[in-house]
Design a protein around this ligand. Sequence first.
Ligand SMILES: Nc1ncnc2c1ncn2[C@@H]1O[C@H](COP(=O)(O)OP(=O)(O)OP(=O)(O)O)[C@@H](O)[C@H]1O
Length: 405
Amino acid sequence: SVAVSEIVAVTQGDAASGRHRNDGRWQKMSPRTEEVQEHSFTVSYVERTRQHRWRCSEVTFQCPEGALCRLWVSSITEQLQALAGRPKRLLVYINPFGGKQQGRRVYEQKVSPLFARAGIATHVIVTEYANHARDHLRTQAELDDFDGVVCVGGDGMFSEVVHGLVWRTQSDAGVDHHSPEAELQPCRLRIGIIPAGSTDCICFATVGTNDPVTSALHIIVGDSQPMDVCSVHHNNTFLRYSISLLGYGFYGDVLTDSERKRWMGPARYDFSGLKTFLTHHYYEGTVSYLPARGIMGNPRDRTKCRAGVCVCAECDGEWRTVRGKFLAINAASMSCACPRSPKGLSPAAHLADGTTDLILVRKCSRLDFLRHLLRHTSKDDQSRIMLDRLFDFPMSSFMPVNLQS
Ligand SMILES: Nc1ncnc2c1ncn2[C@@H]1O[C@H](COP(=O)(O)OP(=O)(O)OP(=O)(O)O)[C@@H](O)[C@H]1O
């Protein structure tokens, strides 16, 4: 049996014959074929396969009478229409230059046919320059016409859409972006990600796999996943929003350098990673944080959480300060899992609990730092190994007052 919530579409006709009543094309049918079409209907549904992947499967039913067949189709269609949360109109942004530059092909070949089958209307914009999607969302997009926004690309593209949508929502609600104390308003529209970038970390950490068909099916059935959004300020000036990793030191340097080598494609991360590792820069400074309490988990949980818990943590009111020389200062609002780091930098990070996990990597030898980096590729409890055997590695949930969930 298949739950109604996992049905993608129902159409009259036999899928195996490749001819559906409502595919919009005229065809010449033999009387026998016409009878088969009249007496059969096909249900497309989500089938779970290995490693969190979903596929769209079909089953065709035969009815003794045409009237009974039509009754089945209309009854299932009615039930699908009554399901809350399924999008009917989507605004889609495609980055044609993300990852291996396959965004447009991935959308046209794998995603668009599924949206069409599910009866979802789309308005597709292929971006022409960096920040095109962000600027369009901020100023021009008619958001009332849509139930959601889909980005086809990588984490950078997702970030553009988040920046556009969150900014627009705050502007419409009269919230001051620059005030660190301002309470951000949640966005009405949901954001879907079709992975077509280099790392696709946010897609992997939320869906469990980087597969365009799986993501399209999650969007079609109306799955949703709340996430924390941090706003980053310098004094009273808004800098940016962060959804996954806020990296100062090693990861910040890798990203800055890799942006300059975009022409290398996904290999730029390896190149810049190696280069930054060899330079072995450290940063001296002070980190202040407000520890959270009353949250549903902590960074050492054995159970990995992929569900949004949507609670706001309390803080115990006491700021704490750590001074020293750091190779990396990371704040992970989610696990940051990706194919290269299957468990991520903070494997048990909750997705929507109002906290972020602070990971401080103190100055150490190159060899120890290499071990630390290699452990990100491990499936074991990374923090335990480092705490016991390597170097001082404080890791704690924190909620500075200037982070808004
Ligand atoms: N038409 C375009 N031309 C140039 N740059 C673009 C265009 N559209 C979007 N961009 C920019 O390209 C950057 C990278 O895109 P994207 O995140 O899709 O791929 P990626 O960087 O290869 O993947 P990942 O972020 O997962 O590593 C984004 O920051 C986005 O602002």
